[in-house]
Design a protein around this ligand. Sequence first.
Ligand code: AMP
Length: 420
Amino acid sequence: MEFQSIKGFKDILPGESVIWQQLEAETRKKFSTFGFEEIKTPIVERTELFSRGIGQETDIVSKEMYSFEDSKGRGLTLRPEATASVVRAYIQNRLYQAFPVQKLYSIGPMFRHERPQKGRFRQFHQINAELFGDAGPKSDAEMIVLAVFLLQDLPLGPLTLHLNSLGCPECRPAFKKTLQETLADKRDHLCADCAKRLDFNPLRIFDCKLETCREVVFEAPVIVDFLCGECSAHFHRVQAYLEDCEIDYVLNSKLVRGLDYYNKTTFEIQTEHLGAQNAVGGGGRYDGLVKLLGGPDHPAIGFAMGMERIIALMEMNRTAQAGKPDLFIAAIGEEADRASFVWADRLRKSGFRIEVDYGLHGLKSQMKKADRLGAEKVLIAGDDEMKSGKGILRDMTGKEQIEVDLKTIVPALEDILKNG
Ligand code: AMP
């Protein structure tokens, strides 16, 4: 019997993994310029952490979690998102004692029992960032600038930043009530989920993807018209910071996002190239969550980016060089084979990707292999070249050849490979 992977769970194969590494390397580099440090939390947590943190009525908690009991009957869950776990770690380890503002990022798999489709998996990966300990608009703007910065140098095609404010416990209740009153006589036009949302969390109706529900909320009141003075000033300040940094955004008063814990600034980065799953990443402020999960009353803001979606866009735009060798060494004959073993070793230690032939094959077969691997250049060294001390370096794009001195081949190649 041949085993298959489980629906919604997929392998990341060689070839693809190169792009994942590029994305991770780029991410780590950019996070460090903003002073973020990596945190790695366990994949399994107590179920209650998520039900309490994300909200009982959310899709994630009500129908998408991979939950199970361990042998002692404890309810455990594979993490469906990172924030609740990072908040748990922040509280448990008293991270706030070291620095009042903590900036943490993590990269790793999440698990949600959703219906798999293009851009939507049951195990997927997120890049996640959280900033704890500052309530002001500057940290909101900084997180958005960072999110844009992470994506801006990747070949993703056009992206749009959507921005909204969800208000605070002061101003949201009045909006919620007005929304409930406005939609009350349209209950029959809502899907079963949204009919329930109308009672518990009517804002989430804006999040429904069904056309019928979208029509119902099309002309509904919007939260920005209900913001209190503080929320409104905060939101305007965020926008001013973004404008100063020349970050384009669109105000989207229907952007509410799926999780219950957000307040004030919320944002999403969207693409038009991934069909229905158009969110590449998003986040927002969640000032009440640390306290809700048993910690001090510390404000926070975070975001999460979907790595599969970023990589799908990178593959679509195809400029990523999927790990092509800088050099292939075609060595023919035993003497050249042994010498080239050392050349390859030294060049790899200088950071170049070097490929060789493993079977002492003839030149034609080795050239074919170099071509298949997409090598940029090939060094040819056979018995004649070893005798004369002059190898041949062929450029595989232009097909020009030059002679190279084999006695000083390693520094010469380092120079050529570095400078093209
Ligand atoms: P969320 O935690 O739902 O705000 O999601 C943040 C980002 O993670 C989204 O914008 C997506 O890019 C990605 N994402 C969420 N759910 C999935 C999924 N089931 N499959 C793939 N990517 C996902």
